[in-house]
Design a binder for this molecule. Structure first.
Ligand code: PLP
Length: 461
């Protein structure tokens, strides 16, 4: 498979090159040249375990990694999960919940970042060279990326978080990792400052090349790819259990990464009736899918901080397919958004999109959903998952099972659980033990130069 930019620039790249490049040089995002139709494979895939299914799905999009090597990469990636099924599905009340939080940092981002860490290492072994990953985090991405890359050959990771502004648990999940190739940078500024520094470093093309910069956020195609797998896995389990021929998914959304993987699964031929996009008060995507207008607003902090995003980086990939693969249209829309902070599309008789419907779950809805699922079913939802479950409940259809994606373990957000239920119920031994461990971090001012100086010092140029 080869990959093209959503903005049409550059020659198509093979898979390994695409993964190392991260963001296309014309500022666009990578997409496969064609989307494989797997309709005639579904029957055979249905009986596969997670690892075999992951190999079958991902191999269609790769082409430059031999099957035996891919099998080893995938097996190693998911051996770190604490559940034999990797992403098990449980039935809770009127819904099915696919638990994506059994990885090392208890958030769904492990599914993709465990794979990406192994993939980077493999590609660097094949091609030589090294990679210096620079990332910004408001919480979950940083720890999942660090756990994907720690202790690996030929790569270092520099993760910036806003000093004192991530939760104590999230900070410790990062700073207690003492491997030599892990650098935690506490930036005296906001998350936006951190993200801006990453962008500035990537846009300095000669510096980017000299220091072999790599990207781990969800603009990297390999993350989307790894996430496609669990849509198939969960759909098969629920079809087996209920006899249904089609399923719907409810997906708590921030950067449009996770739900975009579901959109790809649908394009490949998985019988998905609806994708329910769920946002918190930061609802630019809900507004888009209900009115056709994508207009940025101020970010407000909520109980589901990993969804406190207004400009969704993967949305551009959706726009590309929506425009029928016309990169010139996408370029125009993205330029329009850069100047006017708005994109408008026509609303048809099926709404903005026949497949994707959206709902917004605010703080009150989040707390009420956590409370009622605990009371009625004895099941604890983390606040991100609760937003998804709330949205899923707004779109129930007796004929089509609804599968909600559980994106974090409730213990990662135990304060929200306490606030909702009145009891301190959400614990996990992995997190409870973090308080006693030694930590390491470096403080740095919020400037590109200060961060670049640390990278230069470490890399030794
Ligand atoms: C990152 C994250 C999300 C949002 O995922 P996107 O791919 O950005 O849409 C939702 N829930 C949790 C717990 C997360 O860490």
């Amino acid at each position: 498979m080869r990959y093209i930019s959503t903005r049409g620039g550059g020659a198509p790249l093979p898979f390994q090159e695409t993964v190392l490049t991260g963001l296309a040089r014309d500022g666009g995002l990578f997409l496969p040249e064609t989307v494989p139709d797997v309709t005639d494979k579904l029957a055979q895939w249905r009986s596969m375990g997670f690892v075999d299914l992951a190999c079958a799905v991902t191999e269609l999009f790769i082409g430059d990694i031999p099957a035996a090597d891919l099998k080893r990469l995938v097996t190693t990636s998911y051996a770190s999960f604490r559940h034999v099924e990797v992403t098990p599905v449980v039935e809770v009340g009127p819904l099915h919940i696919v638990e994506l939080f059994h990885g090392p940092t208890l958030a769904f981002k492990d599914v993709a970042l465990q794979f990406l860490g192994n993939l980077f290492e493999y590609v660097l072994q094949q091609r030589g060279g090294e990679l210096n990953i620079v990332a910004a985090t408001s919480g979950d991405t940083g720890s999942a990326a660090i756990h994907g890359v720690r202790g690996r050959e030929r790569m270092r990771i520099f993760v910036m978080h806003p000093d004192g502004r991530v939760s104590p648990v999230q900070e410790r999940q990062m700073t207690t990792v003492l491997d030599d190739n892990v650098y935690n940078l506490a930036v005296s500024g906001t998350f936006d400052d951190c993200q801006q520094i990453v962008k500035d470093l990537f846009n300095d093309l000669s510096w980017r090349d000299a220091y072999h910069l790599g990207a781990v956020n969800s603009i990297n195609w390999a993350r989307v790819l790894a996430q496609i797998v669990y849509y198939f896995y969960a759909a098969f389990r629920v079809m087996d259990k209920t006899g249904a021929k089609r399923v719907s998914f409810a997906v708590p959304t921030g950067n449009f990464g996770d739900i975009f993987a579901g959109y790809m699964a649908s394009r490949m031929g998985l019988p998905i009736e609806r994708l329910i996009l769920a946002t918190n008060e930061n609802d630019i995507l809900t507004r888009f899918f209900t009115t056709g207008s994508y207009a940025a607003a101020e970010v407000v902090p909520t109980l589901s901080p990993s969804m406190d995003i207004q400009v969704a980086s993967n949305f551009e990939r959706y726009l590309y397919y929506r425009a029928g693969g016309d990169a010139a249209v996408v370029r125009g829309q993205m330029e329009g958004f850069a100047s006017e902070r708005q994109i408008k599309v026509d609303v048809g008789s099926d709404g903005v999109d026949r497949l994707i419907k959206a709902s917004r779950g605010d703080t009150a809805a989040t707390l009420a959903t956590i409370r009622s699922f605990h009371q009625d079913y004895g099941y604890l939802l983390d606040p991100h998952t609760a937003v998804g479950v709330y949205a899923g409940e707004q779109h129930l259809d007796a004929a089509v099972p609804m599968i909600c994606l559980a994106t974090a373990h409730p213990a990662k957000f135990s304060e929200a659980i306490t606030r909702a239920t009145g009891e301190d119920l959400a614990h996990h031994p992995l997190l409870d033990g973090l308080g006693e461990l030694p930590t390491r971090l470096r403080r740095v001012s919020a400037s590109k130069e200060a961060v670049a100086a640390i990278v230069e010092e470490v890399v030794g140029k």
